[in-house]
Design a protein around this ligand. Structure first.
Ligand SMILES: O=C(CO)COP(=O)(O)O
Ligand SMILES: O=C[C@H](O)COP(=O)(O)O
Ligand SMILES: [Zn+2]
Ligand SMILES: [Zn+2]
Length: 314
């Protein structure tokens, strides 16, 4: 009933100036809490899986993994009344992209950002043709994800960030539905060596020139209370640092509509797991020992939905 094309969710977000978190999953438990958070906040939901997640779910069989995710997500989406989309994150191999399309994903990302501009454009255009012919929307990436260090935009970093004029040409020639411009974030739990800083001038130009929904990768904020809690129970996350909430909010103001989030969910889950196991050494039922993990992940998601202003938009 409410399984939708990702484009639908993001075009509305772009027109109304809010963003939707795109949340990575590898298993059932994360899906359950994402759906609960979406329902409780009345927020549209974007679930995404990496190529690694598909391989993991299918135990090595790509099409089996992709189908499992579609079945699992649709089993929830089809019985609720908020929009839910399933997206392939960082599709780099034709095989994974085709498997996702064939299995019934709502959208795919073609990430050919490591290739020179013309090559990226050519590869992306091809995928857009295939995906659009069966009603699947497409995300692409321009520039490479690197952190901006110590408040200074060093030359080599600048070269890795998106070129706004290229972005306009790219969107026009490929027909891509949403674009991930590199503006200074990076993946994982260790994002900035100095102060967190994104290139908002670049972001504003990309939005003006493309007028498309835009995607921020590497957007986890790595909440320090979660880091602290996990470390209290034995984790070592020394130096973990994310994109502060205020900066995420500012990014939304300048045109970001999809906020890719994986690290924060993983961190919250493991903090809860460590805490629960430390306090319940005799427990061995996964439905019980995932309880605190699921609570913490859900809280992170609900907070993020409110921060990005997609709560009450479903
Ligand atoms: O960009 C991401 C998935 O595509 C996730 O980024 P984080 O590592 O910041 O969560
Ligand atoms: O962007 C990367 C996501 O965090 C997925 O990472 P993964 O390849 O470990 O599943
Ligand atoms: Zn990439
Ligand atoms: Zn990413």
């Amino acid at each position: 009933m409410a399984y939708v094309n990702t484009k639908e969710i993001l075009e509305k977000a772009s027109q109304e100036f809010y963003a939707v978190p795109a949340l990575n999953i590898n298993n059932l438990e994360f899906l359950q809490v994402i759906i609960e958070a979406g329902l409780e906040e009345r927020a549209p939901v974007i679930i995404e899986t990496s190529e690694g997640a598909i391989k993991y779910a299918g135990n090595g069989n790509i099409l089996r993994g992709a189908k499992l995710f579609v079945d699992m997500v649709r089993a929830y989406a089809d019985t609720i009344d908020i929009p839910v989309a399933l997206h392939l994150d960082h599709g780099k191999h034709f095989e994974f992209i085709m498997a996702a399309i064939k299995a019934g994903y709502s959208s795919v990302m073609i990430d050919a950002s490591e290739y020179p501009f013309e090559e990226n454009l050519k590869i992306t255009k091809k995928i857009v043709e295939i995906a659009h012919s069966v009603g699947v929307s497409v995300e692409a990436e321009l520039g490479r994800l690197v952190g901006i260090e110590d408040n200074v935009i060093v030359e080599e970093h600048e070269a890795a960030l998106v070129d706004p004029d290229e972005a306009a040409e790219f969107v026009e020639k490929t027909g891509v539905d949403f674009l991930a411009p590199a503006i200074g974030t990076s993946h994982g739990a260790f994002k900035f060596k100095g102060a967190a800083k994104l290139d908002f001038d670049r972001l504003k130009k990309v939005k003006n020139l493309t007028n498309k929904p835009l995607v921020l990768h590497g957007a986890s904020s790595v909440p320090q209370e979660i880091v602290k809690l996990a470390e209290e129970y034995g984790a070592n996350f020394k130096g973990a640092k994310g994109v502060p909430s205020e900066i995420l909010k500012e990014a939304v103001r300048y045109g970001i509509n999809k906020v890719n989030t994986d690290t924060d969910l993983r961190m919250a889950f493991v903090a809860g797991l460590r805490e629960f196991l430390a306090g319940n050494p005799a427990e061995f039922d996964p439905r019980k020992y995932f309880k605190t993990s699921k609570e913490y992940v859900k809280k992170v998601i609900k907070d993020r939905m409110r921060l990005l202003d997609c709560a009450n938009k479903a």
